[in-house]
Design a protein around this ligand. Structure first.
Ligand code: SF4
Length: 305
């Protein structure tokens, strides 16, 4: 079976990473070891490995064709109709991409469930940006929300993420998707905060459902995401929420310093929270080196360092 027409998608302009060429390592059907309630794809029986997949040669040939057609590709994004780390030749593929990519970066979007497998762990170390999901810490929540395949050893996921974060020299970003009445309860949020503190990724993106989900589940409110961001003290939390409400307030310089001590804020946060006068005060603090604007894998944060 030839997959050539469906392996690559884009390139598309992505806000964080520039021009991104997407690679679908499971173009024929959904092959995932999760069956998340919020999945944008239709629900499907979980699998522990991919059985239908394009060859490394096919993927590389499609990437080369895209390089010829498109002058500038900033990032090659490895993804799948399902879970890309279940692609059996991932290590070989990453090595081959690294041989031809020149200045292009590599990014993988994974559900994080295979990080404790030695071969996956080693392969992920070779990718420029690794973005892993972590919706739950407790086994009960993983089983209810992400509906994990029975092959997954849930208790090994967080310890391996901690280990990976310490070993990688590249960018490691976490993503948490909150679903109403599932992982938005105080005890699960506390477990997540403890895990995230230990994992210490460059950034945590928190969001909720914004496309039709596979099963009947509901998004959490913006308020809930903001509550989580405030609980996750000192961590670079990027709230991803469509049409977030503007709640403009006035802040003194001291308020700004204290607020940023508790929680770094993104440019988008500032636009939604600070009135003009407060923004001017913030710029003065940056000029006087009291506050820094730092880039965290494509998202800029104001931080009190
Ligand atoms: S891990 Fe991703 S692809 Fe797999 S079920 Fe969950 S949302 Fe869907």
């Amino acid at each position: 079976m030839s997959y050539s027409n469906s392996i690559t998608f884009g390139p598309i302009a992505s806000r964080r990473f520039g021009i991104s060429l997407g690679i679908d390592l499971s173009p024929s059907s959904k092959q995932c070891n999760f069956d998340c309630l919020y999945c944008e794809l239709e629900g499907a029986k979980t699998v522990s490995k991919m059985t239908e997949y394009p060859s490394v040669e096919e993927v590389i040939s499609e990437i080369k064709k895209s390089f010829l057609k498109n002058e500038k590709i900033d990032v090659i994004t490895l993804t799948a109709n399902g879970e890309p780390t279940l692609y059996p030749k991932l290590d070989e593929l990453v090595d081959e991409i690294n041989k031809i990519k020149n200045n292009t970066k590599t990014l993988i979007l994974s559900n994080g469930s295979t990080i404790y497998k030695e071969d996956t762990f080693k392969t992920l170390l070779k990718i420029d940006t690794v973005k892993l999901s972590l919706d739950c810490v407790s086994e009960k929540c993983f089983k209810k929300l992400d509906r994990t395949d029975k092959s997954i050893e849930i208790d090994k996921i967080v310890p391996s993420m901690i280990d990976f974060s310490q070993k990688t020299k590249n960018d490691f970003v976490l993503e948490i998707l909150f679903v109403k009445d599932l992982n938005d309860k105080d005890d699960e949020i506390a477990l997540l905060y403890n895990a995230v503190k230990k994992i210490n990724p460059k950034r945590v993106d928190i969001g909720t459902i914004d496309r039709p989900p596979a099963y009947k589940v509901k998004p959490v409110s913006y308020k809930t995401l903001e509550k989580v961001a405030n609980i996750f003290k000192g961590i670079n939390v990027n709230i991803v929420y469509k049409n977030r409400p503007k709640l403009l307030g006035s802040y003194s310089k001291d308020d700004i310093v204290q607020t940023l001590k508790r929680r770094p804020l993104t440019i988008e946060d500032i636009e939604n929270l600070f009135d003009e006068e407060s923004k001017n005060k913030l710029e003065e603090l940056v000029k006087n080196s009291k506050i820094s604007l730092v880039d965290s894998s494509g998202v800029k944060f104001y931080k009190n360092l």
